[in-house]
Design a protein around this ligand. Sequence first.
Ligand SMILES: Nc1nc2c(c(=O)[nH]1)N[C@H]1C(S)=C(S)[C@@H](COP(=O)(O)O)O[C@H]1N2
Ligand SMILES: [Mo]
Length: 158
Amino acid sequence: MNHTDDPLQPHAHDPNPEPPSDDATFELHTPNGRLQPITVADLRALPKTAVSNCCIVSTGHGTTGPFTFGGVALLDFVRAYVSDSWSQVEVVSADGFGNRLFADELIHPSTAGIILLAYERDKRPLIRKDGLVRMIVPSERDDALRQVKWVGTIRVLA
Ligand SMILES: Nc1nc2c(c(=O)[nH]1)N[C@H]1C(S)=C(S)[C@@H](COP(=O)(O)O)O[C@H]1N2
Ligand SMILES: [Mo]
């Protein structure tokens, strides 16, 4: 389904093959206006979650996987860093590609697996070219439009 009024909802898209920069650090914006850089080391310091049987399904160049992605559950990340009440999370890459997540889908995950900020793939560190830090939404198997590579900003909204 296309939501042309919201660029953070699925829309027609040609995947960008190249990372926008070398640095995987991203910025967290909290509902009360705080802004904080988050590194891969910060994510590694949080409890780790692995999700198996994840496929990246692409119209353009086929399907890759299944992979086991490892990282931090997005819900664990938000709970660790945000004490204000919140209802939505925007996850946007430095190349402008992004996705909106609602509290409900984070708190009540699909049986496909919980939504991750991944820094590992098949037990190896995910490299920048492959998307570090990459959001993985295991339930999405249409066009990979929620599998955001190179997360640049996470904005948590009230
Ligand atoms: N940052 C970013 N993430 C992105 C995209 C993009 O252009 N930029 N394209 C999406 C699309 S449409 C696809 S098909 C997949 C491709 O993922 P892959 O490179 O692992 O195959 O990345 C998704 N994530
Ligand atoms: Mo895609």
